[in-house]
Write a protein that binds this ligand. Sequence first.
Ligand code: TRP
Length: 460
Amino acid sequence: MEKKRSQWSSNLGFILAAAGSAIGLGNIWKFPYMAGSNGGFAFIIIYLIIVLLIGIPVMMAEISVGRKMRMNAYDSFRTISSKWAFVGGLGVLCGFVILSFYSVIGGWSISYFLKFIVAIFNPASMPADTAGMFTELIGDVFQPILFHILFMAACIVIVLKGIAGGIEKASKFMMPTLFILLIITIIRSLTLGGNAMQGVSFLFKPDFSAITPKVLLAALGQAFFSLSLGMGCLVTYGSYLKREDNITKSAAIICGLDTLIAILAGLAIFPAVFAFKVEPGAGPGLVFITLPALFQQMPFGNFFGALFFLLIIFAALTSAISLLEVVNAFAIEKFNMPRNVSTIIVGIVIFLVGIPSALSQGGPLSGNLLPDWVPVLGGVPFLDFMSNLSDMLLPIGGFFICLVVAYVWKFDNAAKEISVDGSGRFPMRKAFEILVAVLIPIAILIVFLNIFGVFNVFFQ
Ligand code: TRP
């Protein structure tokens, strides 16, 4: 009476879905800014080393656990050892936390996409004051909720259709399209003339003196978020993977694609930022205030603005569906619900959890969630709280995933899975073991302590 578990229809389908999960908001606005302001090419080199030594092995560990257990993240870890089930439980919890605010930001992107579409036909509809436009949108009572609903609804519709027919199919369409949109944006950006080439040197000039221990730690945190590691996302996606697919190669390709897109995003954004002499500011401000101002000055700017926000929507959606699927796979198997019922229920619950975030950026719930004196999590509005909370939970999750694989499940089992019972190759097995058992947990521990400011004493 064992039900047949869903599978990806091909290894390429899995790679595109997992790359879709990895490539998201973290790549498009966070990485370019971090690279640009933290040593340019020097940061990129450090980031590449981290991806190689930490990203790929942790991703391999997650995928092999999932593919072996063929269960949701919680039950995968529970099956390894009931004492360690909490590692999977933490992942499912993390799915709620991340998706609830991720969807709010995805919603803002939908709103901007529509604004630019309207502006193509009626340029006067786009206000000159883009900062005001942003504040007005996110501080509104009605709009953030409306677009949050739209974004979650899109996720639900995709995930409802299942693994091969929903997630894989959507990723197969959205990821190549995203790539093409990004290339078009890069060409437009590089051909703007003026100081555009300064943007390239902002990104690619190596300044090794900018690499401080703090920057190293920030790069590690960025790698975890950007590669979707630490919360069982790749355990879940790995559980739908065919037995004979090559885990080492897949992990290397996914990590490579994620890093490539992050660098390309920098190449799309900074030449334009420098050509129009706007501030290369950080975070939401760059994407939602600076870039719209810049699109307005550009020939056919409204058209390129619409393309750019479509790109962001695709990047965010393929990440969001992976987060929804982590919780959904758990709900389907735990409560024995049909996929469509489960997806709708889980989607609605996450939508509800996201409402306080949606109303926290100038809206009625703008106050700080916890008092200032609470370390790390205090003194910020709900959305920022959720984002900081996930920054904390991911390294904790990654830390425990490594420990479980190394010391509870043990490397012989992992090696069996990665080499498909010895029929395939497992290159650099020794390196994998040393990294996962010792070096990565130590590195994560350092990052985690840094979140609590333990190292502020040592690093200025
Ligand atoms: N990696 C995505 C980004 O860069 C976000 C994301 C999707 C994620 N799934 C995840 C982050 C799982 C951590 C864990 O935007």
